[in-house]
Design a protein around this ligand. Sequence first.
Ligand SMILES: Cc1cc2nc3c(=O)[nH]c(=O)nc-3n(C[C@H](O)[C@H](O)[C@H](O)COP(=O)(O)OP(=O)(O)OC[C@H]3O[C@@H](n4cnc5c(N)ncnc54)[C@H](O)[C@@H]3O)c2cc1C
Length: 601
Amino acid sequence: MDETQQQSQGEDYDVLMVGAGLAGLTLARQLLLKRPEMRILMLDRRAVVPPLEQKVGEATVQVSGYYYARVLELEEHLLRHHYMKYNLRFYWQPPGGTDCWEGHSQSYIRNLSNIVTYQLDRNAFEEEVLRVNREHPSFRLVTEATSIELELAEVGLHGFRAVTPDGPIAGRARWVADTSGRGRLLAKRRGLARKSPIRHASSFLWVEGLLDPEKLTHLDAPGIRKRKDRHHLGHVPTFLATNHFCGEGYWFWEIPLHGKTSLGLVFDVERVPWKEVNTAAKLIDWVCRNLPMFARDLPQRKVIHHSGLADFAHDCGQTFSAARWSMTGEACRFTDPLYSPGGDLISIYNTLAADAILTADGEELERKVRLYESLARAVYEAYVPSYAVSQDLLGDQEAYTLRYIWELTVYFAYFVFPFINDLFTDQTFLPGYLRRFAQLGPMNHGIHTFLMGFYNWKKERGMLPPQGPVYFDFTEAWQLRAAADCFYQQGAGSGEARRVLDAQNGNLEELARWIAAHVAAVVLDEPRVVGSAEFVRGLDPWQLVFDPAEMAARWQACADLPAGESPWRIEPACMARFRRPADEVVDLEPEEAVEAAAGGR
Ligand SMILES: Cc1cc2nc3c(=O)[nH]c(=O)nc-3n(C[C@H](O)[C@H](O)[C@H](O)COP(=O)(O)OP(=O)(O)OC[C@H]3O[C@@H](n4cnc5c(N)ncnc54)[C@H](O)[C@@H]3O)c2cc1C
């Protein structure tokens, strides 16, 4: 209950928000920055906002990092109270597993992102957003608000009522923003809740102190510092990354927060039975058995909080209405935490909602809502194939590395570039953007299915665990570097932005061909395939099908032709790392592994 509640009875508001979590608080901040006098009433059923326990949603990526820091103007708070994040980092164990960090293969980006990202202590962040919102006398939060009733009107003001410990409150609002998270107030009441094809679960906890994966090792402190493989890995503390320890159908995250570490397992329910990991003790036991390196540390840690979700993905039939309501955050859609799309969707949906809320003209609002609904669905659906089709790929470094290069290239071009240029609310840009993005859809789906075919093919042949520690910097793929150049295409108007996207489409087509050529080279055990202009020209990136017989027939037709000019802008040598000659592959005893780590790859 707030002190102004009695005065709020029967009052009119510009916006009623239900839910004072990440989506609601940031939407209010965005609106108040644009219109400081906006009258916002926020209702939450919790007594304490933000709560004390762990809320997942701790890692940010470029869109959410940029949104929280730059759009919401909270950069100083973020830099002072949260760790800067060192990209995403993925690990795989060798055959038979490993109990030390240096025994893992890794795929990563060595340089820090030029668009800064953060590891959020969500409660500290939400507390700060609430604080700055409260600096506006027109913002009010009422806690312990239950039995919320909404009377949504087609025209005129919406009505609302709620019960609080100090009695009922009621009033009217021009706009209703549902930010109730998993409460899903409007989706449930309006019959808009939809199922997702993704069936993943998560069990997660906070432990006290910093769990630094690099210290889970046979090496002593000077040994860690002076590893020769720092030549590849660099010096930025790897604990600052969102560290992903991967296996078929699952990944386990390590996220550092000040004074504590967030750890969580995300898994396909077909691969890991929920009952095996649904308590803190069972989760720790599972992790120590399947990722033995953690047995060095985790059982001794104090668990601060544990929770889990047995089935977290969901969809929604509609998110914006010209009748002046909207949903953002988990109130509408959620896919999977891999790549942290939750914060990104909040950033994008909130930006659309804020613009719609600030649109006074009814006809203009109708036009915008149509476009925004399509955009909201498109950016959500782009993630679905990644999680629904190719989650098993997490079991193989090579196939997964190809997948992530693809996904990150799409992300930089189609999510980050328009977002940092405020183009998602540019009516002259959106139709062309949506058309191009829709065209990309089949290629995106095709890549995921193609790579799943490759993964299963490798699995059938017992080729899955990497042959000894392999280190791979994703930006060795030049198409990814070309997409990251979009970070610097700032101030682009819609015409220039369309040209940038067309160039990126060419980049993506080349990347799709490169992925297909590399896979064919592995399947046919013929490295020359990648350099054959004729073979590469014949690949159709729009219709990729994993078919070894077809690959063999096509290679036969061009094997004897001269290689011709390189089919690539830059010579693609990096994937050869996954194909070491068999006589180089050795099983290392722990002491030898230490020496190998000290002496390079
Ligand atoms: C396992 C997992 C890991 C994740 N990791 C990440 C990550 O690393 N990065 C990332 O960006 N995202 C991540 N996400 C997603 C992220 O957690 C969500 O995007 C985010 O928490 C959603 O915020 P929200 O404001 O919609 O919901 P919340 O923060 O849950 O807020 C909803 C609020 O609404 C209130 N409420 C609910 N119902 C009612 C009601 N009927 N009446 C009144 N109040 C109500 C609640 O009390 C709550 O305060 C993860 C998700 C999962 C499942």
